[in-house]
Design a binder for this molecule. Structure first.
Ligand code: FHN
Length: 467
């Protein structure tokens, strides 16, 4: 693993919930059924807690943005364009010309097992792929619209079906992203304000004639573990609820994300988990199960010219940071129009998998931090309330009876000071080098660990405290 100086990340998105105040932490609270401090505002029924259990256990998934826009690869008629999966709208392309891409979309190198095995080698436990993004093109065999990969391209195969079968073969869960309100191919949907001038759109008509029929067939044909909705547009709460209820009826145990509807997450029984901002985690511990989705470079869809891939140190930080706040990390790849996940993505994913092979017990199925004041706090900057992140020298995850300290900046003097723990620390060892000696100094107001001179891992080394 390359030596990397871990930059400090300031997460900018506000917490959607009043995160438990730091005062509530600072000492080991009783671990709730999710293995982390609970501020009491998340109360799943036994059935709801059961269906989300695999998601919390998983902690790490692969996001995939793959569609006709992948054929553009960041260009239009030979010219570099921004936008990726948004290029159609940002460049206000003629919709008839965009539709022509379908005639050339033929991912002959697509191999579902390769994709699933790469995700598995990264230590990922689930995948979420765009079954239909805002461009309106269905990447599955849809009976509700002929604008789909089987009927409209020379490929003629159903990659979602093949991915689902590969996920079942290799023990991963498959989630399906579906843009349920925004669809630039359809005049009645929300989002296309350049192709149908003067047309008075009717969202209910779009929902009844395309969106809901396709969501229905996604449920019946592929039984997804997650329906991952995005950009709800002006879908009313009632329609969002109708979609959620239909999905739960068709696929018992399915998980639904909070973006099914705009605004404050609805929470249970409509949605199972919250989403923080794109590439921005919640600032603090978030007691509703949640997920950070982020890009591996700077794009969701494949762009040939986007070579700005994030270092593994940053990617591992997001995984560890999210887990310490009770969240998952959904890390995105953008496959090419030929169906290939290119090496810059794959090599970083494999490096993350190597780290997880050694340290996975401190991530999978773990609860968040026992403290909560390590992230920083809100203050006033230029008269405005702002979150001021503390230096991210370490993060904490938990299992009943265990506290894991992910050391991100190895102390030069070997001394790592932690807030107080109510429980007595009986043992401390490094997951990477269990025989290395870690001395414990515990008093009423702090715990001090004396660490070996060298960090076993250049990015994040985990100390397991047994209580
Ligand atoms: O508009 C989409 C965007 O294209 C991408 O799919 C992201 C992924 O979280 N979601 C929306 C923007 O937040």
């Amino acid at each position: 693993m390359k030596r990397a100086i871990l930059p400090l990340f300031i997460s900018l998105v506000g917490t959607a919930f009043a995160a438990p105040s730091a005062a509530q932490f600072g000492e080991m609270t009783t671990l709730d059924s999710f293995g982390g401090p609970s501020s009491g505002t998340y109360k799943p029924t036994p059935a709801e807690a059961e269906r989300i259990a695999w998601f919390r256990e998983a902690r790490f998934g692969m996001f995939m943005h793959w569609g006709l826009y992948s054929k553009m690869a960041g260009y239009w008629k030979g010219k570099k364009v921004t936008g990726g999966e948004w290029a159609l709208k940002l460049q206000r392309l003629p919709i008839e010309e965009y539709r022509e891409l379908a005639k050339e979309f033929n991912p002959v190198k697509f191999n579902a097992d390769e994709w699933v095995l790469l995700a598995k080698s990264a230590g990922m436990k689930y995948m979420v792929i765009t079954s239909k993004h805002h461009d309106g093109f269905a990447m599955f065999d849809s009976d509700a619209s002929p604008y789909n990969i089987v009927d409209a391209t020379p490929f003629k195969r159903d990659p979602i079906k093949e991915l689902k079968e590969a996920c079942d073969r290799h023990g991963l869960k498959l989630g399906l992203y579906y843009s349920h309100g925004q669809d630039w191919n359809e005049p009645d949907a929300y989002g296309n304000n350049w192709s149908f001038p003067g047309y008075k759109r009717n969202m209910d008509k779009y929902l009844d004639e395309k969106s809901i029929p396709q969501i229905r067939e996604l449920c019946l044909k592929y039984k997804p573990a997650i329906l991952w909705f995005d950009t709800a547009g002006d879908i009313t709460p009632a329609r969002a609820e109708q979609i959620a209820r239909m999905a739960r009826e068709l696929v018992p145990g399915i998980l639904i994300n909070s973006r099914i509807q705009l605004g404050k997450p609805r929470g249970l029984p409509i949605t199972d988990f919250d989403g923080s901002g794109d590439n921005e985690a919640f600032h603090q511990y978030h007691n509703v199960p949640w997920e950070l989705c982020g890009t591996l470079n700077r794009s969701w869809a494949f762009k040939e010219w986007d070579k700005d891939f994030r270092p593994v140190s940053e990617l591992l930080f997001h995984l560890i940071d999210a887990a310490s706040k009770n969240g998952n990390y959904l890390l995105n790849v953008g496959p090419t129009a030929e169906g290939v996940i290119t090496e810059p993505y794959a090599s970083r994913l494999r490096e993350m998998g190597s780290w997880l092979k050694v340290n996975g017990e401190a991530i999978y199925g773990c609860g968040g931090t026992v403290w909560g004041n390590e992230f920083g706090d809100f203050g006033t900057v230029d008269g405005k309330r702002k979150f001021i992140a503390a230096p991210a020298n370490w993060r904490c995850t938990t299992q009943p009876g265990k506290v894991y300290i992910h050391v991100l900046n190895w102390p030069k003097d070997g001394k790592l000071e932690l807030p107080a723990l109510k429980q007595k620390v009986t043992k401390a060892h490094l997951l990477a080098t269990p025989t290395a000696v870690v001395k414990i100094g515990q008093s009423a107001d702090k715990v001090v660990l004396s660490l070996p001179a060298n960090a076993p891992d250049p990015i994040a080394s985990v100390v397991c405290l047994s209580l």
